[in-house]
Design a binder for this molecule. Structure first.
Ligand code: PRX
Length: 661
């Protein structure tokens, strides 16, 4: 952090401390984690984590819990073998084959209750279908599917045959799909003809058409249909999954025993450089940690109806719609469309219809519900026992509204801090053990050792209320294994800054989260947000460099920078500052082209909030763009220190230009 950044976070850190809220006696009486000794027991490093692995069924027991001999390439449950689809499906059949595993609600109220037995059949047939087109163990299968049952079924089918999946969020564009197919060297893409958005059928397969044409790889495309027949134009080159399923009806596929360290999936996420990175997650440690946190943090029981209203295309959906909840054998709800279609009470209507016990959403969604008003939830009769937020800091006001109007001042709330890279929750309360404090994620999870360091890597005193760089000092089972195909990037992004990278001792290696945080005197952590050039738009992570490289695709643009503007609804939104080429008029048309470029390269969800034309960008003497100054302008704050700029008059000029617009 620069001095100036530091001053900002220090200021933020002094924000008013909130009072505590106690979980109800009724909640505590039934909770999964009620013994405070869990912190000491799991914290017994590394063997404490064995109790997480013991939640799973193993084909072969591990020989060694943790191997830290080659940092930062840590290994977990070494020598163990297991299959994730077996753990999420087969092992539940004896006790609950007729219980609903996935409860899917389509856009127009269509509904599918998929029991564990159905899931078993569908995963097996899909696994046979994938094999029949040539998918082998260790082949990466790219899945570009929306929130329909085909998505978790395809993921579990991949897991069954040991083919790591790489799910690309359906909202990502064709270009983003192509980039991920190439980066993962993936020879298979699984897609669908279309799905419903606000009640309208959306052609999705055109993204596969364009993406495959664009990719250097020449992947085979398999396509699901949203209905019995395709509703969009489907290329003859694509293999209809339904045909394969007919051919493989009632076939079963032996789950492949995977090494605990074999990759289960890749999940691409934005970083500070232009290209998204493929976070590679292992099978054993990941699944063990996702299952354990689903049990202890989300308090999931098999008899619950659990609803995480995220998209499976992001890590939250992987860990806490698919792998964690299904490993525990619960009933998990999936919903296809947006929360306001066909009316703003849709979420609560579904919650009432299925009698949802546990509800999981993002602060962005809570702010939206709050804006719509409490009259919508009030119309429905639902009763949550437990609620979760994830993805961004939640403002105390939004927390209090969620607690009162959705939780009826009775449900507990866990504010879970984690990342695509961490695989599961790292900082959050165990709800029966720790009181809630609005705006704070809470305590570290058992066995997790967060700490704060200043920019030089000097550790700040614990619970000092001072802001610093958040690091995690001790490895944990669901941490990413590496950046797919790029060990160097893995080391430089997460370890280079705050570790002794020459050391062979894992204790000298600290994971850098990229977030700023504060630990209050009571030990509670408040995560303040990213310290790097990554913004968080409605809970979606976007790299400024990625956005900038999309904008620079526009012919008329000479140079551009992107800054995060604070937004009461979405948390942050991207503002584009663009300099046009000599002789080009900065017209609305150019503005449209810039917006279109971002939508094409990344996806509509990344659409810039504002495009501002300026004469010059603020740069240091060495030519580095000072995005922080642009951020200050976007957020109507003081310009801060501009003395290091090559031309210190630039920011003021920009501000005038922006205000004149
Ligand atoms: O800045 C933190 C923020 O989201 C980032 C991780 O984004 P992503 O990998 O997309 O994963 C989101 C879902 C796990 C973090 O670096 N973040 C996530 N959860 C919280 C949070 N910030 C504050 N409080 C949280 N509970």
């Amino acid at each position: 952090m620069s001095e100036e950044d530091n001053a900002d976070v220090q200021l933020e850190a002094r924000l008013r401390e909130q009072e505590y809220f106690r979980p109800s006696a009724e909640f505590v009486g039934q909770a999964n984690a009620t013994d405070p000794a869990i912190h000491d027991e799991v914290g017994e490093f590394p063997d404490g984590f064995e109790r997480y692995a013991e939640l799973l069924d193993w084909d072969e027991h591990w020989d060694q819990t943790f191997d830290g001999s080659n940092p930062p390439f840590f290994e977990w449950f070494v020598g163990g073998k297991l299959n994730a689809s077996y753990n999420c499906v087969d092992r539940h059949l004896d006790e609950r084959k007729n219980q609903t595993a996935l409860l899917w609600e389509g856009s127009d109220g269509e509904q599918e209750n998929i029991t564990y037995q159905d899931l078993y059949r569908r995963v097996n047939e899909t696994a046979a279908a994938l094999r029949s087109v040539g998918v082998e163990e260790d082949d990466v299968v790219t899945i570009h599917l929306p929130m329909v049952p085909a998505l978790p079924i395809t993921m579990l089918a991949c897991a069954r045959i040991g083919a790591p999946h790489s799910v690309v969020f359906a909202g990502f564009s064709a270009q983003a799909l192509a980039e991920r197919v190439d980066s993962a060297d993936s020879e298979y893409v699984v897609t669908i003809d279309g799905y419903y958005r606000r009640g309208e059928f959306l052609d999705h397969i055109e993204k596969a058409d364009e993406g495959v044409a664009e990719a250097d790889n020449d992947p085979e495309v398999l396509t699901w249909y949203r209905h019995d027949e395709p509703n969009a134009e489907v290329s003859d080159d694509y293999v209809p999954v339904d045909d394969l399923l007919d051919e493989h009806k009632h076939e079963t596929v032996e789950p492949v025993a995977r090494d605990a360290e074999d990759p289960l999936f890749l999940m691409y996420t934005s970083g500070t450089t232009g290209k998204p990175k493929g976070c590679q997650h292992r099978t054993g440690g990941y699944l063990a940690y996702a299952a354990a946190t689903s049990k202890n943090v989300l308090d999931i029981e098999p008899e619950d109806t659990y609803w995480c209203a995220a998209d499976i295309g992001w890590i939250t959906g992987h860990s806490y719609i698919v792998y964690g909840p299904l490993a525990l054998g619960t009933t998990s709800v999936m919903y296809e469309d947006t929360p306001d279609y066909p009316h703003k009470g849709r979420i609560w209507e579904i919650a009432e219809r299925y009698d949802v016990d546990i509800f999981h959403t993002s602060p962005t969604a809570v702010r939206m519900f709050m804006k719509w008003g409490e009259e919508y939830p009030e119309e429905y009769d639902f009763d949550f026992r437990h609620m979760t937020t994830v993805g961004e800091p939640i403002q105390p006001e939004a927390w209090l509204w969620y607690y009162k109007h959705i939780g009826d001042e009775d449900a507990v709330i866990v504010d879970t801090w984690w990342q695509t890279e961490t695989g599961g929750h790292l900082i959050t309360n165990l709800p029966a053990l720790d009181d809630m404090k609005p705006g704070s994620a809470g305590k570290a999870c058992p066995g997790i050792e967060p700490a704060l360091v200043d920019d030089s890597g000097e550790k700040l005193p614990a619970a000092s209320g001072q802001a610093g760089n958040l690091i995690i000092e001790q490895p944990w089972p669901s941490m990413l294994q590496t950046v797919y195909g790029n060990d160097e990037r893995f080391i430089s992004t997460y370890w280079g800054d705050f570790s002794d990278t020459d050391s062979d001792d894992w204790r000298d290696w600290n994971y850098k989260a990229g977030d700023g945080a504060v630990q209050a005197q009571d030990g509670y952590w408040r995560v303040l947000g990213r310290l790097d050039d990554v913004m968080n738009v409605a809970g979606h992570r976007l790299g400024t460099m990625e956005l900038e490289s999309a904008v620079s695709e526009v012919q008329s643009v000479a140079e551009a920078a992107v800054a995060a503007r604070e937004d009461t609804q979405k948390g942050e939104v991207p503002d584009v500052y663009a300099v046009v080429r000599e002789g080009v008029d900065p017209t609305d048309e150019v503005r449209q082209e810039i917006v279109a470029a971002v939508e094409d390269e990344i996806g509509k969800f990344a659409r810039p909030a504002n495009v501002m034309f300026v004469d010059d960008l603020p740069k240091t003497r060495s030519g580095k763009i000072m995005r922080r100054i642009l951020e200050n302008i976007s957020n109507d704050e003081g310009l801060g220190n501009t003395t290091t700029l090559r031309d210190p008059s630039v920011p003021e000029d920009i501000r005038e230009q922006v205000q004149a617009d």
